[in-house]
Design a protein around this ligand. Sequence first.
Ligand SMILES: [Ca+2]
Length: 343
Amino acid sequence: MVDNMKSVVLWLILASPLADGLSPRELGRRMAEITPTNVTIGAMPNDQHKAAHAIDRDLSTLVATFTEDGKGWIKFEYAKTYFIHNVIIYYWFYTNWIDPNAHCVQSIAFFMGCVDNDNNVDVSVYQGEVKQKSCGTLQLTYGLEQSDQIYTLLCNTGGDTVLFSKNTGIIAFFEVVVTSTDRDWIIAEITPSTVTQGQTLFNDELAFAAKHAIDKDLMTNAASSTGNGAGWLKLEFNRIYAINKIIIFSRFYNNWYRVELCTQNEANFKLCVDISTNTDVSVYQGDVKQKSCGALQLTYGLEQSDQIYTLLCNTEGDTVKLTKNTGHLSVHEIAVITTGILL
Ligand SMILES: [Ca+2]
């Protein structure tokens, strides 16, 4: 135990990646990333491993805490309740840029010991003090040669706190990013002046309004029934654009899809996908169709978190229209991207 602690302390000291010749590594912002108002840790071994390092956008700085006496926790607190989608943990980048004299990369055995020390951190979402859900446990790989060690845990639950906790070893991260279900504006995205649909599904405007397709919230969706030619969703722009591509965000099936029927079993799930697939996506100029960008083909990705489909258009128009004759036409978000060249 003493030897183990020694190696942990040694690791914490020698792991400082800001040794000579190493420059900070900046991390760009992710789509739908949310920023905590407060980050705290159970025990701070020294200022070099402080809580702020978890969110300083620098992949060369480290937050770390010991776990003795119940101090094995790092807490992210947010100003409001978010629907928390992913927790992304950036870990050690062993290859090339770590000081070769550091304890953890002196031998395979030391390396594996360091990984074991940092492994198995529970990641959970809380609402205040009440645990909502565990998003899973961080499982680090023995990837000595891999350059990127980025671990994504899927949460898909609401809360205002993300807690990382563990009872043995240490907790250490180079950066943590939490994403919600809001999506950001995409480069060269154009905003329609109106969005309408044929017949709102079940006439339920609260649940399935057309505006939900462009509200930048991945939890809400537009949906229309398809009988009698009513299966359409139309985005109209106030001028003609050179339209490069159309990006459609579909359901995120894991856990939180609102119609429970779809996630009750594999067969139901496939049926739901079949009902919503094969939507034609076309560009119009007024009422005149210019080009079909293709048909949306949904995958049976029950376990996948992101279902983002891109259709290439490369044509000109002032209207994007989605049509479908059977099943439902359902879109959680749609983004129209120009070439950036104004006509
Ligand atoms: Ca939406």
